[in-house]
Design a protein around this ligand. Sequence first.
Ligand code: HEM
Length: 156
Amino acid sequence: MTPSLPDLTDRAGIKPLVNRFYEIVRKDANIGFIFEEIVQVNWELNLPNMYPFWETVLFRSGGYRGDPIAAHSKFVSKTEIGKAQFEHWLKLFRESVDSLFSGENAGPIKRCAKDMANVIHGKMNGVQDPRFDPANLTPEQRIRYAKYKNQKEPEA
Ligand code: HEM
């Protein structure tokens, strides 16, 4: 019987996960070149930035202060980085999580990654989160949304 994998319960699990994920990403035939050739990521700086990012996402304790939207927007004009690339990134991420962990936190971290992928993809490509369709709002949500929209985009 395969021994069961541990759950991702604290920051100690983050480093191996991030290291495993980027080891795979860097060599990946579909998106590796974005990191290695287009952006030429400095991994000595990037990895220690990703540990607090994921710790902040998962345990609210990492003290991450970066700006992922800005970081990704810098290279959007230099390569194809649409839905297909994000779906592939997510696949590699899910596989990395599943290769190291199982249990209660393994599910939420994959869901968090998916939510953030939707947001980052949307902002980078100027499209709305595909799951959000104002037509599907409840009447209460519609009122809140209208107020929010008016605050954000006042009539000219
Ligand atoms: C195809 C999809 C993606 C590609 C090609 C990609 C690529 C990159 C690259 C090249 C950098 C380094 C930028 C630099 O060194 O200046 C970066 C940074 C980063 N990425 Fe991604 N990324 C993708 C998706 C995601 C997703 C879905 C997330 C979140 C779940 C994410 C989180 C981050 C974070 C937090 C940083 C560091 C930002 C900072 O603090 O400067 N990325 N990404």
